[in-house]
Design a protein around this ligand. Structure first.
Ligand SMILES: Cc1cc2nc3c(=O)[nH]c(=O)nc-3n(C[C@H](O)[C@H](O)[C@H](O)COP(=O)(O)OP(=O)(O)OC[C@H]3O[C@@H](n4cnc5c(N)ncnc54)[C@H](O)[C@@H]3O)c2cc1C
Length: 441
């Protein structure tokens, strides 16, 4: 994983009151805190473990526009200047190294060209690369490829260091960042947000941003709200000893890799993930059925001990007792070794430079997926004062800065950086908000 962490955050007692409380110190919570602090609002970000220790510190570190859904592309493009501004102030391995998506066959190349055409109205640098030009773009590439899509400006960064840099900047701008501080629940007054209840006490506030990644559904359920979100396991490894590889991020059906700041490589298998069957899989089965159908080639369903672990984890919990967020400070699932071994074999087949490489570290992250693979961003219509920023479906690192900016726009009533309409919770009819049940007088 990404070891270059910045120093810890304040240990001071919690404030009694703030303007906005953010639940979750991933890239989305950190970017939201930064954007709100820049507007002069009082912000408290509570992270149950350490900042950037879950998805935001475990991902591949790709910051890409290529292949993004039409609704999401504006967030990816709007994030680019925010990444550049952040990288000008802190070193977290940000490099505009370019991103190459290889097409294994003419059908895949046709899909990539179709994507380029459909996105032609965006000011993008992504372009098609003919098969005959691949050798110049990717020295050392072998095998028969049908072409590629290439964005020279797509970038990479070291995930945990980048997330902590955003949080450190937010702290420097006045945001209070607290690690080891789980938020157990919401305090509702007269049917709207009146505060949060943390393990260290209550904090009064009129606005809350739920940016709790894979935990958002459990947190929301305890507040009487339902979010369509399932957890998907993504496995990653770090390899040493590879040589003469391209500088760009390379992604293909059976492997994806990038060079890391320390010269080793992050490697994984694109699109191959494991979904453990848990009680939520059954509860949300109909909502996710179209996604299962779309992804069945890449999805590995697994029934094992996680079913019982999840079934035993409380869904309702009182604010005066330790919550599941304190039981699991950092979600650290085991990676799937054979997926990573296959990724390395596939990468070796494509690049001789992977010949001497060996896996020296591996880890996994729990992806927060929605049925349409787009995040849920915006106010919760059933609970005034609550804002949701979750369900990034494995795209949230790259688009996190603009997503945080958008949340700050929505909270402060500013003109939104991108159109928020595609991200409303209401797009899922079954989950359209109803008023929250429990309120204080
Ligand atoms: C293996 C893998 C590879 C990926 N690769 C890429 C990639 O290359 N590019 C890309 O753009 N995206 C990628 N992603 C997706 C990306 O990492 C996520 O979408 C993004 O990090 C989500 O950020 P977040 O802040 O929403 O959530 P997280 O980073 O998961 O942060 C949520 C935080 O909330 C905290 N929390 C939860 N509940 C509470 C509570 N009650 N109280 C206090 N704190 C709480 C958690 O401890 C956690 O730190 C990948 C994801 C994985 C797992």
């Amino acid at each position: 994983m990404d070891a270059a962490l910045s120093p810890g955050f304040s240990q001071a007692p919690l404030p009694r009151e703030t303007d906005v409380a953010i639940i979750g110190g991933g890239i989305v919570g950190a970017a939201t805190a930064l954007a709100l602090a820049h507007r002069g609002l009082r912000v408290l970000l509570c992270e149950k473990g350490t900042v950037g220790a879950e998805q935001s510190g475990r991902n591949w570190g790709f910051i890409r526009t290529v292949g993004r859904a039409r609704a999401e592309l504006p967030l990816a493009l709007a994030s680019r200047p925010l990444w550049q501004a952040a990288a000008a102030r802190a070193a977290f391995g940000y490099r505009e190294c370019g991103y190459v998506s290889l097409a294994a066959n003419p059908a895949e190349m046709a899909r990539q060209e179709d994507w380029l055409q459909r996105m032609a109205d965006f000011a993008m640098d992504a372009r098609p690369v003919a098969a005959r030009s691949l050798a110049a773009l990717l020295p050392g590439l072998r095998g028969n490829w049908a072409g590629a899509t290439y964005s020279p400006l797509d970038a990479c960064a070291e995930p945990a260091a980048a997330t902590r840099a955003f949080a450190a900047r937010a702290a420097a701008a006045g945001a209070e960042i607290r690690e080891g501080c789980a938020v157990r629940g919401l305090d509702l007054i007269g049917g709207r947000i009146g505060g949060i209840v943390t393990e260290a006490g209550r904090v009064a506030c009129a606005g809350v941003v739920l940016a709790a990644g894979a935990w958002s559904r459990r947190f929301a359920f305890n507040a009487g709200l339902s979010l369509p979100q399932l957890q998907v396991l993504g496995s990653v490894c770090r390899v040493e000893g590879a040589r003469d590889l391209p500088d760009a991020i390379v992604s293909a059906a059976g492997f994806s890799f990038r060079r890391r700041q320390d010269g080793s490589h992050t490697l994984a298998q694109r699109g191959t993930s494991v979904t453990d069957i848990v009680p939520d899989t059954l509860r949300l089965f109909t909502a996710f059925l179209p996604a299962f159908r779309r992804q069945w080639r890449h999805l590995r369903l697994r029934l094992g001990r996680r079913f019982l672990e999840e079934a035993r984890m409380p869904r309702r919990f009182a604010a005066d007792r330790a919550s599941p967020f304190e039981t699991v400070r950092i979600l650290d699932p085991a990676p799937v070794a054979d997926i990573l071994a296959t990724a390395l074999a596939n990468a070796r087949a494509a690049f001789a430079g992977f010949g001497p490489a060996r896996i020296v570290e591996s880890w996994a992250g729990m992806i927060d997926a929605t049925p349409d693979e787009l995040p849920i961003l915006g106010p919760h219509a059933g609970l005034p004062g609550l804002f949701i920023a979750t369900g990034f479906s494995a795209h949230g690192f790259g688009i996190g800065p603009a997503a945080g900016h958008l949340m700050a726009d929505l909270l402060s009533g500013a003109h939104p950086i991108v159109d928020p309409a595609p991200f409303r919770l209401e797009r899922f009819a079954r989950f359209a908000p109803r008023p929250a049940p429990e309120t204080r007088a």
